[in-house]
Design a protein around this ligand. Structure first.
Ligand SMILES: [Zn+2]
Length: 269
């Protein structure tokens, strides 16, 4: 069930909630519409979820999706963009994101298709090659609304991008911010996380859309810093991997995505 959060009449955040692939791991997709087109940020894990979004946007009377921007290459953020690309939208991402998509997506899609629980969702998923690849940044005027994509990594991944909507006072952070979800450290640059959060803060946006979890204010950045510091302390002081996992889960009892705690133990111990 697609849930929408209205940030302004032309800017919304969509999510399927939850914490499994069947709901795109709860990823947030930010949407902004101008006179000439609509831009989607991180449009879900599969074409089927992208179509739900497309229908919701049509119901709102928004113009067709002309652009998709990816904050990074993880499938829950990137695979659904193939659907919009096939419908004529231009997909933009950082060079390192495009490279990781090409390297990882074919194998990940094939793997999901072998899993009975996920085979149907990924049946028509396909790797795609973004048309607009940039190093520092990229921007577009949708007709009365400007969108700016800025490389802010490496942090969560090498190709991290934040998407700034100056007219809305909004920034979509991708997975540099998780709100109420455990952080995925799998491909993180541990020594880059703090600087990436500094860059995010420097935009001065009033509202921040995390990769997963509820939209918030600048306090989300400080909460993420505290999380990193606390998880690092717990993992490094634990007697075993198992004790480390238990300590992190216990410290954040309400957090979703417990499956990601393993990545903290693997990378931080
Ligand atoms: Zn991610």
């Amino acid at each position: 069930m697609l849930r929408e959060t209205v940030l302004s009449p032309r800017c919304l955040v969509y999510t399927l909630g939850g914490e499994t692939p069947l709901s795109s791991w709860g990823v947030n997709c930010t949407v902004v519409a101008g006179r000439d087109g609509t831009l989607v940020v991180d449009p879900f894990i599969a074409p089927a979820h992208a179509r739900l979004l497309e229908a919701a946007l049509a119901a709102r009377g928004f113009p067709p999706v002309t652009h998709a921007v990816l904050t990074h290459h993880h499938t829950d953020h990137a695979l659904g963009a193939g659907w919009f690309a096939g419908r004529g939208a231009a997909c933009a991402c950082h060079r390192a994101c495009a490279a990781a998509m090409a390297a990882q997506h074919p194998g990940l899609i094939a793997g999901r298709r072998r899993e009975p629980l996920h085979a149907a969702l990924f049946a028509d998923a396909a790797p795609h090659r973004p048309a607009l690849v940039f190093d520092q940044g990229w921007s577009v005027d949708l007709g009365g609304v400007t969108v700016e994509a800025h490389h802010v990594g490496p942090g969560h991944t090498p190709g991290d991008v934040a998407v700034l909507l100056p007219s809305e006072g909004v920034v979509a952070s991708g997975d540099l911010l998780f709100a109420g979800y455990h952080f995925n450290y799998e491909e993180a640059a541990l020594d880059g996380l703090s600087a990436a959060l500094d860059r995010l803060a420097a935009f001065g946006a009033r509202r921040l859309v995390p990769g997963h979890g509820e939209v918030g204010g600048p306090d989300l950045i400080e909460a993420q810093r505290r999380y990193h510091a606390e998880v690092e302390r717990l993992v490094r002081s634990a007697a075993s991997d198992q004790a480390a996992r238990a300590a992190v889960r216990e410290a954040f009892p309400d957090y979703r995505l417990g499956v990601a705690v393993g990545s903290a133990v693997q990378r931080l111990r």
